[in-house]
Design a protein around this ligand. Sequence first.
Ligand SMILES: NC(=O)c1ccc[n+]([C@@H]2O[C@H](COP(=O)([O-])OP(=O)(O)OC[C@H]3O[C@@H](n4cnc5c(N)ncnc54)[C@H](O)[C@@H]3O)[C@@H](O)[C@H]2O)c1
Length: 317
Amino acid sequence: MEFKVLDAKTIRELIGIEDVIEAVENIFKDYGHGDVRMPSKIYLDVSGGDFRAMPASVPGLAGIKWVNVHPGNSALGLPVVMAMILINDPKTGRPLGLLDGTWITQARTGAAAAVATKHLARPDSETVGMIGCGGQSATMLKAIGSVMKIEKLYLADKDHDRAAGLAKKFENIDIQIVDTALAAAADVVCTLTPSRTPVVMADWIRPGTHINAMGADAAGKEELDPEILKDARVFVDDWAQASHSGEINVPLKNGVIQGVAGSLCDLLVGKVKGRMTIDEVTVFDSTGLAIQDMAVARMVWEKAQKQNAGVTINLEP
Ligand SMILES: NC(=O)c1ccc[n+]([C@@H]2O[C@H](COP(=O)([O-])OP(=O)(O)OC[C@H]3O[C@@H](n4cnc5c(N)ncnc54)[C@H](O)[C@@H]3O)[C@@H](O)[C@H]2O)c1
């Protein structure tokens, strides 16, 4: 039984960020139509961080991502988030392959922010504020840069070196390293920190802003002043995950908010309306969905088959 192993270099030769955006937007639509299977992710807490098991099936492929979040890893020169994706044939259960999932995670997270930006940000948006310039940030900016023209980019991080390191990767954009309040005054604001207390205050946000709240992906995490959520039109990626571990989890528990406008997946298939006025603040609360990983893995797998890429091993004795 042949089984393919695909490393990050091979995966990056097979697909680019625009392919990932297309895969993520399409799978969000499939989710809106009810064409996927995805239980909520399972958390395993360990000293130093946690692991998450993320199973899903999408048309033509099933599998699971095994991913960690270890906030102290930067000091060790390791990514905070690393992943592997195991894929199977859904009809027979046959194991098909193992994919490096670290870049796929970064790319599909950035792609989700890009899809939300495309559908929720004001069309005249031209400035982006990135708050948290770590492992996920570069692919997120690349993805957002492919759905809007970024005239000015504001980078904020409590570690100035991280912001400076990110700036070096985008030499063709007008970039300023600023404090968080200034980055939060952009047209499109991305929060990408592991914070457990709000880092963005309500009075820093201008009318008409779109916020991609990406960092809160475990119970107790939050990045936004709950006052922002009270007045904004909020879209989750998945209600079960977001109410447990997304940006809304703490304000919901505390009774500051009672619900949201809907999910981005439902918005994409016309079940719920997006931005209603030019002045309202929109928020995308992303927890990260296993279907994003599986949709990208499916694209990689199909291309790898055609191009005979990756290392094939035989699982039989
Ligand atoms: N929504 C999703 O799909 C998804 C996917 C992957 C990761 N995440 C989450 O996104 C967050 C970031 O992940 P990463 O891999 O980029 O982590 P990272 O540790 O590499 O980067 C986080 C950055 O945030 C900065 N930071 C921390 N607190 C800050 C604060 N109060 N103000 C400004 N900057 C601050 C850190 O200095 C660091 O540079 C994590 O919470 C992670 O769990 C979400």
